[in-house]
Design a protein around this ligand. Structure first.
Ligand SMILES: *Cc1c(COP(=O)(O)O)cnc(C)c1O
Length: 363
């Protein structure tokens, strides 16, 4: 299949972009032999969790490479980004920034109704502390995405810190939750390109790519690459937040980002409706809310670990993998299909408090 696609223009459009290299690419791609047998499909995994630079990594390192490429050209000295206190993107941006000689600043929320006040440092937050990263934590009562007051407080902190740093002569860049920034969305076009090459090497063509969707940073690049190259694979997105049309993240934002990547790739840009039709977002695996463990996710984490010795995390990838297992067992994935799961990371959250991790141990 790969030979029939025109990849030259695609590759050169990406190669032209500024990029600060920090990850180990291409990330591995391999079969899950035992689960393939159990589920009656051919199941593969693309390992963005192994992107580096440390063992606890994920899909945001790729975004950081392209965003920091431009930031360095612009003389950026400080990068401020935000997320929940257990953010994976914050951790990965911090690591990438340190490597690039840029000072990271993390502005974080904590849902104290569900997780209590910050106690001992654990999980990703601990890793940020070890790296000596400047962190600001805002306590929020209830859903961190829906709380307008918390959002305003967060934005206030970011604006104040930015102004302070600028008054000291620094150049500051602000990156949205999840590492969302226009310079970064093209990064996962490269992921799709790697998957194409790796599935061709494995002698098969993928029918479905499953992934966990949250801040909407991986799908636009992958989908743009699929459309640009005319590949027939279908994306199946398992949501960890509601993706309502009027929500802070929603399908129309994915469509816009996909169109922007297609324009950067120099490809023709389909209309909104055409791209909307490519989206298939399953919202049934969110559980009670963001960063609350669900029984399905807990079972999926254990099943993957017990079958293959591979770990997904409780906030994102456990829920995503639970969706894939459900789709395979209910016949939504036809028997014999070639399927890949994009492992976006989240393993640092396995070392969080029980209210995040859930009951993973036992029979
Ligand atoms: C950010 C994140 C997601 C959601 O990714 P988007 O592509 O931004 O929607 C999924 N899994 C992990 C581990 C993440 O850190």
């Amino acid at each position: 299949m790969e030979n029939r696609l025109d990849t030259t223009r695609f590759d050169s459009a990406i190669d032209r972009l500024p990029r600060f290299r920090v990850g180990f690419y291409p990330t591995p791609f391999h079969e899950l032999r035992n689960l393939s047998r159990t589920l009656g499909i051919n199941l593969y995994m693309k390992r963005e969790d192994m992107a580096g630079p440390s063992a606890i990594s994920g899909s945001k390192i790729r975004l950081a490479e392209f965003i920091l490429g431009r930031a360095l050209e612009a003389g950026v000295t400080h990068l401020i980004t935000r997320g929940a206190y257990l953010t994976n993107s914050g951790l990965q941006f911090a690591a990438a920034c340190l490597s690039a000689g840029i000072t990271p600043v993390l502005v974080l929320t904590r849902n104290i109704d569900r997780h209590g006040k910050l106690g001992e440092s654990r999980g990703n937050y601990l890793l940020n502390q070890i790296m000596g990263v400047e962190t600001h934590v805002v306590d929020v009562e209830g859903d961190i995405w829906a709380d307008a007051g918390a959002t305003a407080q967060l934005e206030g902190i970011i604006a104040r810190r930015k102004a302070e740093l600028e008054s000291m002569g620094h150049t500051v860049m602000v990156v949205g939750a999840g590492g969302a920034h226009p310079d970064g969305f093209i990064a996962h076009a490269q992921t799709f390109r790697e998957i194409l090459r790796q599935s061709a090497d494995a002698g098969m063509e993928l029918d479905f790519i499953y992934h966990t969707i949250g801040t909407g940073t991986a799908l636009p690049g992958m989908l743009a690459a699929k459309l640009s190259l005319g590949h027939p694979v279908k994306f199946k997105s398992i949501a960890i937040d509601p993706y309502d049309e009027d929500g802070w993240i929603n399908p129309s934002i994915i469509v816009e980002r996909t169109q922007a990547v297609l324009a950067t790739l120099g490809s023709s840009v389909p209309d909104d409706a055409t791209i909307h039709r490519e989206l298939d977002i399953d919202r049934r695996f969110i559980g009670e809310e963001y960063a609350a463990p669900s029984p399905e996710s807990t079972a999926a984490i254990r099943e993957l670990a017990r079958a293959e010795g591979i770990f997904v995390g409780p906030v994102y990838t456990g829920k995503g993998f639970a969706g894939l297992l459900d789709h395979a067992r209910t016949g939504r994935i036809p028997a014999g299909s070639n399927v890949a799961f994009l492992h976006t990371g989240d393993t640092g959250n396995l070392f969080e408090i029980p209210e995040v991790v859930g009951a993973l141990v036992g029979h």
